[in-house]
Design a protein around this ligand. Structure first.
Ligand SMILES: [Zn+2]
Length: 169
């Protein structure tokens, strides 16, 4: 267990909020497809102040939807997201960049994104900007929810997929 002054959140609390993010993610199906159904909750002072989930392709990702509900300084806000925020600008701007731009200093991620376009780059982008990142909260449970969609999102095991990597974001 790692606790320090810059990340004053108890592991049990981190699980609680990730569970809420997971429930948000379940609202994304089926409109989000072929993107994975991701959920996000933004927490301030131990309370959820905004939440989001993956919208139709080209619309808000979970993080962007949650961020859109808030104004002002978010440096005291903890973002809890079920999948590593995207690092690249696809159909929508990068969520990792959006979190940094809005001043978020702490991000809790359930699982890393296996999409080869991301694959750790989102987490690195956050860390490079000085954001404290925790990965692996409720990972097994979240994987059950989004694992099948992650596989599809990068074109593996999908008979109808083209040779090109589909742009799912
Ligand atoms: Zn994103």
């Amino acid at each position: 267990m790692r606790l320090n002054s810059t990340f004053p959140i108890m592991p049990s609390l981190a699980k609680h909020f990730m569970r809420l993010a997971q429930l948000e993610g379940r609202k994304a199906l089926p409109k989000c497809l072929p993107n994975p159904p991701i959920g996000c909750v933004l927490v301030r002072d131990g309370r959820v102040i905004a939440s989001g989930y993956t919208q139709s392709p080209g619309q808000y990702h979970a993080e962007a939807m949650a961020l859109s509900q808030l104004e002002g300084d978010l440096s005291d806000v903890i973002a809890n997201v079920t999948l590593e925020p995207c690092s690249f600008h696809g159909r929508t701007p990068s969520c990792a960049k959006a979190l940094v731009t809005r001043g978020i200093k702490r991000v809790v991620v359930s699982m890393p994104d296996p999409d080869p376009r991301n694959a750790g780059a989102g987490i690195e982008m956050l860390k490079a900007a000085g954001v404290e990142v925790t990965v692996g909260v409720l990972e097994k449970s979240v994987l059950k929810d989004i694992g099948p969609y992650l596989a599809k999102s990068y074109g593996h095991g999908d008979k109808d997929s083209h040779v090109d990597t589909p742009m799912t974001y």
